[in-house]
Design a protein around this ligand. Structure first.
Ligand code: AP5
Length: 213
């Protein structure tokens, strides 16, 4: 069974939504670099202090911080990586980290979603301040004003339109080349990310040869 999986795709493609489901299904950890940075920022750690400005501006946090943070997590085997790698240097660093444990990546799944859909998803996204669960005002609204855990839901700073546009540009310039990188290693699978989250999950199960639910 594939237990070391990377999810690729533009901001708002549904990586976080699908990574959480897939990690549960595979019984492995869900490692989201975006969530890790937001946690470090909320705790005002030294990594958080360094990362804050980059997240607010929609730019990539320097590789030395990001790679060190991920390497810590990958001491435990089995993962769904969400938001990492995001450039070629990070992809090579991931190979090196896994090789140092005598392992290699099983699959990189590219969630394909057109840009207009991504902008609509991000502008409607709301996140729980307590447990981090993602909602969407139109597609997955919270049952009341609050999350099911009781936490308040809020709009992420970097979901403002001008920041979303910059994140999309960074994706095109720095992250999109990873498609060729994983294709050349025979590890890339493309998944149509349009449709409701259950439909997208079903396509992922099929690609990974998991039984339908
Ligand atoms: P990060 O948090 O990783 O942001 P992102 O990659 O831009 O991804 P998003 O979280 O915006 O979207 P997603 O694809 O996870 O979609 P989601 O499931 O939430 O990174 C934030 C920042 O951290 C970066 O800008 C950078 O500064 C820094 N950073 C992170 N990793 C880094 C790295 N490796 N190197 C350097 N810097 C790094 O879905 C979006 C919305 O759509 C939600 O509202 C959801 O409910 C809804 N939705 C999901 N699926 C569907 C569906 N099928 N139909 C309808 N709605 C859906």
């Amino acid at each position: 069974m594939k237990r070391r999986v990377v999810l690729l795709g533009p901001p708002g493609a549904g990586k976080g939504t699908q990574a959480a489901r897939l990690a549960t299904r595979l019984g492995v950890q869900h490692v989201s670099t975006g969530d890790l940075f937001r946690w470090h920022i909320s705790q005002d750690t030294s990594w958080g202090k360094k990362a804050r400005e980059y997240l607010e501006r929609g730019l990539l946090v320097p590789d030395e911080i990001t790679v060190a943070m991920v390497a810590e997590k990958l001491k435990e085997d089995g993962f769904v990586l969400d938001g990492f790698p995001r450039n070629l240097a990070q992809a090579r660093a991931l190979e090196d980290i896994l090789a140092s444990h005598g392992k290699e990546l099983d699959a990189a799944l590219l969630l394909e979603v057109p840009e207009e859909t991504v902008v609509e998803r991000l502008s409607g996204r709301r996140v729980c301040a307590r447990c981090g669960r993602n909602y969407h005002l139109k597609f997955q609204p919270p049952a009341g004003e609050r999350c099911s855990c009781g936490g308040e839901v809020y709009q992420r700073e970097d979901d403002r339109e001008e920041v979303v546009r910059r994140r999309l540009r960074v994706y095109r310039e720095e992250t999109a080349p990873l498609v060729g990188f994983y294709e050349s290693r025979g590890k890339l699978w493309r998944v149509d990310g349009v449709g409701d989250p259950e439909e997208v999950s079903a396509r992922i199960w099929a690609v990974l040869s998991l039984d339908p639910l």
